[in-house]
Design a protein. Sequence first.
Length: 290
Amino acid sequence: MKNSRGHLFAIFTIFVWGSTFSSTKVLLESFTAYEILIFRFIIAYICLFIFYPKILKPTSFKEETLFGLCGLSGVCLYFLLENIALEYTFASNAGILVCISPIYTAILRFIFFKKPLNSFFVIGFLFSFIGVICIVHQGDDSIQINPLGDILCILAGLCWSFYTIFLEKLFKTYHNIHTLAITKKIFFYGIIFSSITLLIEGVNLSIDVFLNLQNILNLLFLGVFASALCYLSWGISMKLLGTLKASAYLYTIPVISIIIASIALGESITYNIIIGSILVLCGLFLSQKT
């Protein structure tokens, strides 16, 4: 039952996150990457505060530093790098970062915590990674190299891996504390760090961008669903499944993105996509075996 709930939370999270690239692409026509970042997370924090108004008070400098590191790596830097990357590269390329991230996580856990990796998990990673390459490379010149954007995507994936490690340590420290309280505090620090980047970049917005219904709906989607609810559901899935099993679900984001694009935008589904999707799902299944 515990594992079943963990898988359900992970599936919900990944389904929503698989839909975010197009929302960000649309918003980049009216906002800068820095503006999207801060507005998205202010909306998310307001939602979390409504759900859980209690304040998690500081207990020690070491633990407060962990919250700050989570806010910096998983909220500020990850999405800032991703947003900027989408200005220079394609969403398909950016999708690669979410499948590289679990590999980084596994390596970091091995380096810092000496956590061994079983053979099923390694094989699952290989299946899924090959599957994602099949999906992104459509058998023609559809995958293009954009050095700056692609490097930023790789760095974003690395930031998410560090966030996963820091979050795992937080859950061990605050194992009796509600996940909402932990998530809200992480967002608080994320907003602080994001505000610094916004101050450096500056704001140059007109009221018209907020009167556009498409902009409002996309900001609400990114803030309420993709941020507030999904960070909460992701935290719960990590608690129930463990870091590595939950992270394996990140491999399915490109599959979901392609399906949504096909339904919403009428994009064709090629043989590469079908084969790649099967490999990704097989890899996910193998990675769950212990």
